[in-house]
Design a protein around this ligand. Structure first.
Ligand SMILES: Cc1cc2nc3c(=O)[nH]c(=O)nc-3n(C[C@H](O)[C@H](O)[C@H](O)COP(=O)(O)O)c2cc1C
Length: 200
Protein backbone atom coordinates (compact mmCIF):
# COMPACT_ATOMS: atom_id res chain seq x y z
CA UNK A 1 0.00 0.00 0.00
CA UNK A 2 1.27 3.42 -0.90
CA UNK A 3 1.75 5.83 1.98
CA UNK A 4 -0.59 8.33 0.31
CA UNK A 5 -3.46 5.79 0.65
CA UNK A 6 -3.28 6.12 4.41
CA UNK A 7 -3.79 9.83 4.42
CA UNK A 8 -7.28 10.72 5.58
CA UNK A 9 -9.45 11.92 2.72
CA UNK A 10 -11.04 15.32 3.28
CA UNK A 11 -14.51 13.75 2.60
CA UNK A 12 -14.00 10.76 4.96
CA UNK A 13 -11.72 12.16 7.64
CA UNK A 14 -12.29 9.43 10.23
CA UNK A 15 -12.24 6.37 7.91
CA UNK A 16 -9.11 4.45 6.89
CA UNK A 17 -8.42 3.50 3.26
CA UNK A 18 -10.56 0.72 1.77
CA UNK A 19 -9.72 -2.90 2.47
CA UNK A 20 -11.67 -6.17 2.35
CA UNK A 21 -12.10 -5.92 6.11
CA UNK A 22 -14.17 -2.76 5.85
CA UNK A 23 -17.88 -3.15 6.59
CA UNK A 24 -20.23 -2.78 3.61
CA UNK A 25 -21.57 0.52 4.98
CA UNK A 26 -18.20 2.08 4.25
CA UNK A 27 -18.91 1.73 0.50
CA UNK A 28 -22.13 3.70 0.89
CA UNK A 29 -20.22 6.74 2.10
CA UNK A 30 -21.28 9.52 2.01
CA UNK A 31 -24.79 8.54 3.14
CA UNK A 32 -27.58 9.88 0.91
CA UNK A 33 -29.17 13.03 2.26
CA UNK A 34 -32.51 11.77 3.63
CA UNK A 35 -34.48 14.14 5.78
CA UNK A 36 -36.10 13.08 9.04
CA UNK A 37 -39.51 13.98 7.61
CA UNK A 38 -38.91 11.71 4.58
CA UNK A 39 -37.97 8.76 6.80
CA UNK A 40 -41.05 9.34 8.95
CA UNK A 41 -43.23 9.44 5.83
CA UNK A 42 -41.80 6.16 4.50
CA UNK A 43 -42.25 4.44 7.87
CA UNK A 44 -45.87 5.65 7.98
CA UNK A 45 -46.47 4.36 4.43
CA UNK A 46 -45.02 0.92 5.32
CA UNK A 47 -47.23 0.75 8.42
CA UNK A 48 -50.25 1.87 6.38
CA UNK A 49 -49.61 -0.85 3.77
CA UNK A 50 -49.40 -3.48 6.53
CA UNK A 51 -52.59 -2.24 8.24
CA UNK A 52 -54.78 -1.91 5.12
CA UNK A 53 -53.32 -5.20 3.81
CA UNK A 54 -55.32 -6.86 6.58
CA UNK A 55 -58.48 -5.98 4.69
CA UNK A 56 -59.10 -9.10 2.56
CA UNK A 57 -60.27 -8.36 -0.97
CA UNK A 58 -61.13 -10.12 -4.18
CA UNK A 59 -59.00 -9.51 -7.27
CA UNK A 60 -60.23 -8.03 -10.55
CA UNK A 61 -58.78 -7.30 -13.94
CA UNK A 62 -60.11 -3.99 -15.24
CA UNK A 63 -60.04 -3.72 -19.03
CA UNK A 64 -60.61 -0.84 -21.37
CA UNK A 65 -60.39 -0.23 -25.09
CA UNK A 66 -59.08 2.95 -26.70
CA UNK A 67 -58.65 3.51 -30.46
CA UNK A 68 -59.17 -0.21 -31.09
CA UNK A 69 -56.47 -1.29 -28.60
CA UNK A 70 -57.23 -3.34 -25.46
CA UNK A 71 -55.65 -2.49 -22.09
CA UNK A 72 -55.87 -4.42 -18.82
CA UNK A 73 -54.67 -3.96 -15.24
CA UNK A 74 -55.00 -5.98 -12.02
CA UNK A 75 -56.98 -4.07 -9.39
CA UNK A 76 -58.21 -4.91 -5.90
CA UNK A 77 -59.60 -1.44 -5.09
CA UNK A 78 -62.83 -2.36 -6.88
CA UNK A 79 -65.99 -2.02 -4.83
CA UNK A 80 -69.72 -1.58 -5.27
CA UNK A 81 -71.07 1.89 -4.38
CA UNK A 82 -74.79 2.37 -5.03
CA UNK A 83 -77.91 0.36 -5.83
CA UNK A 84 -79.91 3.29 -7.22
CA UNK A 85 -78.38 4.05 -9.61
CA UNK A 86 -76.10 0.99 -10.02
CA UNK A 87 -72.57 2.32 -9.37
CA UNK A 88 -69.17 0.73 -8.75
CA UNK A 89 -65.68 2.23 -8.38
CA UNK A 90 -62.00 1.41 -8.62
CA UNK A 91 -58.85 3.42 -7.93
CA UNK A 92 -56.07 3.45 -10.55
CA UNK A 93 -52.66 4.81 -9.56
CA UNK A 94 -52.01 8.10 -11.39
CA UNK A 95 -48.52 6.80 -12.23
CA UNK A 96 -49.76 3.62 -13.96
CA UNK A 97 -49.96 3.62 -17.73
CA UNK A 98 -53.54 2.36 -17.45
CA UNK A 99 -54.70 5.50 -15.61
CA UNK A 100 -54.83 8.00 -18.49
CA UNK A 101 -56.03 5.39 -20.98
CA UNK A 102 -59.08 4.38 -18.93
CA UNK A 103 -59.98 8.00 -18.17
CA UNK A 104 -59.79 8.87 -21.85
CA UNK A 105 -61.78 5.78 -22.95
CA UNK A 106 -64.60 6.41 -20.45
CA UNK A 107 -65.68 2.75 -20.55
CA UNK A 108 -64.27 -0.28 -18.72
CA UNK A 109 -64.90 -3.91 -17.96
CA UNK A 110 -64.48 -5.68 -14.63
CA UNK A 111 -63.57 -9.38 -14.48
CA UNK A 112 -63.68 -10.70 -10.91
CA UNK A 113 -61.00 -13.39 -10.97
CA UNK A 114 -61.61 -17.02 -10.07
CA UNK A 115 -59.10 -18.84 -7.86
CA UNK A 116 -57.73 -20.55 -11.00
CA UNK A 117 -56.72 -17.16 -12.48
CA UNK A 118 -53.72 -16.18 -10.32
CA UNK A 119 -51.42 -16.11 -13.37
CA UNK A 120 -53.71 -13.56 -15.08
CA UNK A 121 -53.55 -11.40 -11.94
CA UNK A 122 -49.74 -11.55 -11.90
CA UNK A 123 -49.47 -10.83 -15.62
CA UNK A 124 -51.72 -7.75 -15.55
CA UNK A 125 -49.93 -6.44 -12.46
CA UNK A 126 -46.43 -6.74 -13.98
CA UNK A 127 -44.91 -3.28 -14.13
CA UNK A 128 -43.60 -2.32 -17.56
CA UNK A 129 -45.32 -5.27 -19.31
CA UNK A 130 -45.72 -5.16 -23.10
CA UNK A 131 -48.97 -3.32 -23.80
CA UNK A 132 -49.19 -4.06 -27.51
CA UNK A 133 -51.30 -7.26 -27.30
CA UNK A 134 -52.18 -7.63 -23.62
CA UNK A 135 -54.96 -10.21 -24.02
CA UNK A 136 -53.11 -12.60 -26.32
CA UNK A 137 -53.46 -16.10 -24.87
CA UNK A 138 -56.52 -15.20 -22.77
CA UNK A 139 -60.09 -16.16 -23.60
CA UNK A 140 -62.57 -13.32 -23.44
CA UNK A 141 -65.78 -11.97 -24.94
CA UNK A 142 -66.64 -8.39 -25.73
CA UNK A 143 -69.27 -6.75 -23.54
CA UNK A 144 -71.85 -4.32 -24.89
CA UNK A 145 -69.43 -1.37 -24.49
CA UNK A 146 -66.76 -3.18 -26.53
CA UNK A 147 -64.57 -3.91 -23.50
CA UNK A 148 -63.04 -7.36 -22.98
CA UNK A 149 -64.49 -9.57 -20.21
CA UNK A 150 -62.29 -12.54 -19.29
CA UNK A 151 -63.52 -16.12 -19.65
CA UNK A 152 -63.65 -18.07 -16.40
CA UNK A 153 -64.30 -14.99 -14.22
CA UNK A 154 -66.54 -15.32 -11.16
CA UNK A 155 -68.46 -12.24 -12.30
CA UNK A 156 -68.15 -9.58 -14.99
CA UNK A 157 -69.47 -6.03 -15.36
CA UNK A 158 -69.26 -3.40 -18.08
CA UNK A 159 -69.30 0.23 -16.93
CA UNK A 160 -69.32 3.77 -18.24
CA UNK A 161 -67.38 6.36 -16.20
CA UNK A 162 -69.81 8.68 -14.40
CA UNK A 163 -67.38 10.59 -12.14
CA UNK A 164 -63.67 10.85 -11.38
CA UNK A 165 -62.59 12.12 -7.95
CA UNK A 166 -59.20 13.10 -6.59
CA UNK A 167 -57.76 10.32 -4.45
CA UNK A 168 -54.23 11.55 -3.66
CA UNK A 169 -51.77 9.57 -5.77
CA UNK A 170 -54.74 7.56 -7.13
CA UNK A 171 -57.96 8.60 -8.87
CA UNK A 172 -61.35 7.35 -7.73
CA UNK A 173 -63.19 6.29 -10.87
CA UNK A 174 -66.93 5.78 -10.43
CA UNK A 175 -68.85 3.95 -13.14
CA UNK A 176 -72.49 3.27 -14.02
CA UNK A 177 -73.10 -0.42 -14.55
CA UNK A 178 -74.33 -1.09 -18.08
CA UNK A 179 -74.09 -4.88 -18.09
CA UNK A 180 -73.38 -7.61 -15.52
CA UNK A 181 -73.07 -11.39 -15.39
CA UNK A 182 -72.39 -14.02 -12.74
CA UNK A 183 -69.97 -16.80 -13.69
CA UNK A 184 -70.63 -20.50 -13.28
CA UNK A 185 -71.98 -21.36 -9.82
CA UNK A 186 -69.08 -23.70 -8.96
CA UNK A 187 -66.35 -21.05 -9.53
CA UNK A 188 -64.62 -19.73 -6.43
CA UNK A 189 -62.96 -16.28 -6.16
CA UNK A 190 -59.26 -15.45 -5.90
CA UNK A 191 -58.55 -13.47 -2.71
CA UNK A 192 -55.75 -11.10 -1.68
CA UNK A 193 -54.70 -10.71 1.95
CA UNK A 194 -51.51 -9.39 3.56
CA UNK A 195 -49.85 -9.14 0.15
CA UNK A 196 -50.52 -12.78 -0.81
CA UNK A 197 -53.06 -14.63 -2.89
CA UNK A 198 -55.48 -16.77 -0.86
CA UNK A 199 -58.39 -19.06 -1.54
CA UNK A 200 -61.70 -19.61 0.23
C1 LIG B 1 -53.59 -7.98 -6.15
C2 LIG B 1 -53.22 -6.65 -6.78
C3 LIG B 1 -54.07 -5.57 -6.67
C4 LIG B 1 -53.76 -4.34 -7.25
N1 LIG B 1 -54.63 -3.30 -7.14
C5 LIG B 1 -54.34 -2.11 -7.71
C6 LIG B 1 -55.28 -1.03 -7.64
O1 LIG B 1 -56.34 -1.13 -7.05
N2 LIG B 1 -54.93 0.14 -8.26
C7 LIG B 1 -53.74 0.30 -8.93
O2 LIG B 1 -53.48 1.37 -9.46
N3 LIG B 1 -52.84 -0.71 -8.99
C8 LIG B 1 -53.13 -1.90 -8.42
N4 LIG B 1 -52.23 -2.93 -8.50
C9 LIG B 1 -50.94 -2.71 -9.16
C10 LIG B 1 -51.09 -2.64 -10.69
O3 LIG B 1 -51.68 -3.82 -11.20
C11 LIG B 1 -49.68 -2.45 -11.31
O4 LIG B 1 -49.02 -1.43 -10.65
C12 LIG B 1 -49.79 -2.02 -12.73
O5 LIG B 1 -50.26 -3.09 -13.51
C13 LIG B 1 -48.44 -1.56 -13.25
O6 LIG B 1 -48.63 -1.18 -14.58
P1 LIG B 1 -47.73 -0.07 -15.29
O7 LIG B 1 -46.51 -0.80 -15.82
O8 LIG B 1 -48.59 0.48 -16.38
O9 LIG B 1 -47.40 0.96 -14.26
C14 LIG B 1 -52.54 -4.18 -7.93
C15 LIG B 1 -51.65 -5.27 -8.04
C16 LIG B 1 -51.99 -6.49 -7.47
C17 LIG B 1 -51.05 -7.67 -7.59
Amino acid sequence: MRSSDQRPSPRRPHLPAWSHEQPLEWMLWPPPAVSHARVEQELAQDAFRRVVGRFATGVTVITTRLDGVDHAMTVNSFTSVSLDPLLVLFCPDRRSRFHDVVLKAGVWGVSVLADTMESASSEFARRGRDLSRPLEGYGYRRGSLGVALLDGAVATLACRTSAVHDGGDHSIVVGSVVEMHSGAAETSPLLYYEGRYRRL
